[in-house]
Design a protein around this ligand. Structure first.
Ligand code: DOR
Ligand code: ZN
Length: 360
């Protein structure tokens, strides 16, 4: 075989990929001065995002969610459209009345269940799901989605097992007791979670983050401790990462994009007791493209990023397109963040794809 023959038999890598504009089904934008950095970054590539409510104090009412939504919109660059889809933070004392108000409000689409103490801003979270059964029943009636941080908080449970044990102790019975409640198992990190979602009813879906698709737990300890790779749930071993990638590229509509981009000022991560969270809002789609390319599955990226989440939430798919081109560039070392700096996920690394036509 000549070199020419061989070249014509090897498929040429896709140089440019055009997608329907994507959405982020799990995003932290924080509040105050931080919004000026992180909202424009998300809006570069996403038309909508599910906005997490773990502010301090948390967003526990429709009135607070609507006020927060206005602050997010005010941080958008001129002429850029971006629809913040709001969520309420569930506490032990959330009332079914508030859930009814949420059901009547077009801008509130979901509620977030943080087990108390599980992660950043979860101190006011739910101490026992039994305490919110009336609220979950009302959410089911109203068609509101339940977004779940799926980790038990029992200090006796090993950090790396907290997601798998949550499935057994909390999620299985919640799915069984509320068969019509739509549930998103957020930022899944384990084979157990992938399998649980695959086998569950169509009311159950999951989001996948760029960090859990790209890295395993070794990334936390390359030559020393690497706080910018620390998030919750924590990165797991390679066999789990591979299971997540298989789920993402499978074409199963239960798995869709949710970055969990979670900004923290650099000094609060590079600290004796550093915060959990990886910041990916600026380059999320480029990171996902690399994962799909490595799996030879770029053709599945559009459905994962732009269709399945909207379909699950019962919202229209976006119109308009975005293009990614195969062109190496380096993730910046930092961005300005309020009066401090933020270090993005994979800072300093070369990326293989570049957003050709950012939305702003
Ligand atoms: O790593 C994380 N950071 N996981 C979460 O669940 C919360 C998030 C945050 O808000 O910083
Ligand atoms: Zn999150």
């Amino acid at each position: 075989m000549t070199d020419n023959d061989r070249r014509s038999q090897t498929p040429r890598p896709l140089e440019e990929l055009t997608l329907t504009v994507a959405d982020d089904w799990h995003l932290h934008v924080r509040d105050g001065a931080a919004l000026a950095t992180v909202v424009p970054h998300s809006a570069r590539q996403f038309a909508r995002a599910i906005i997490m409510p773990n502010l301090s104090p948390p967003v526990v009412s429709v009135a607070a969610a609507l006020a927060y939504r206005q602050r997010i919109l005010a941080a958008l660059p001129e002429g850029v459209s971006f629809d913040p889809l709001m969520t309420l933070y569930l506490t032990d004392s959330m009332s079914p009345d508030e859930i009814r108000r949420a059901g009547d409000c077009e801008h509130v689409v979901a509620c977030k269940l943080y087990p108390a103490g599980a992660t950043t801003g979860s101190d006011s979270g739910v101490t026992d799901v039994a305490r919110i059964s009336g609220v979950l029943a009302e959410m089911e009636r109203q068609g509101l989605v339940l977004c779940v941080h799926g980790e038990v908080t029992d200090p006796d449970v090993d950090m790396f097992d907290r997601e798998a044990i949550f499935i057994e102790r909390v999620l299985e019975s919640t799915v069984r007791d509320f068969p019509n409640l739509k549930i998103v198992f957020e930022h899944i990190t384990t084979t157990e979670a992938v399998d649980f979602v695959a086998a569950a009813s169509p009311t159950v879906a999951a989001t996948l983050t760029p960090q859990h698709l790209m890295f395993n737990r070794n990334a936390l300890f390359v030559g020393g401790i690497r706080p910018h790779y620390y998030c919750l749930p924590i990165l797991k071993r390679e066999s789990h990462r591979k299971a997540l990638v298989r789920a993402a590229v499978s074409g199963n509509p239960k798995y869709f994009l949710g970055t969990d981009s979670a900004p923290h000022a650099r000094n609060t991560k590079e600290a004796a007791c550093g915060c959990a969270g990886c910041y990916s809002a600026w380059h999320a789609l480029e990171l996902y493209a690399e994962v799909f390319d490595d799996a030879n599955a770029l053709g599945q990226l559009e459905a994962f990023a732009s269709f399945y989440g909207a379909d699950f939430y019962g919202l229209e798919r976006n119109s308009g397109t975005l293009s990614l081109i195969r062109e190496s560039h380096t993730v910046p070392e930092s961005f300005r963040y309020a009066d401090s700096e933020i270090t993005p996920l994979a800072s300093g690394r070369a990326l293989r794809f570049r957003l050709k036509n950012p939305r702003q």
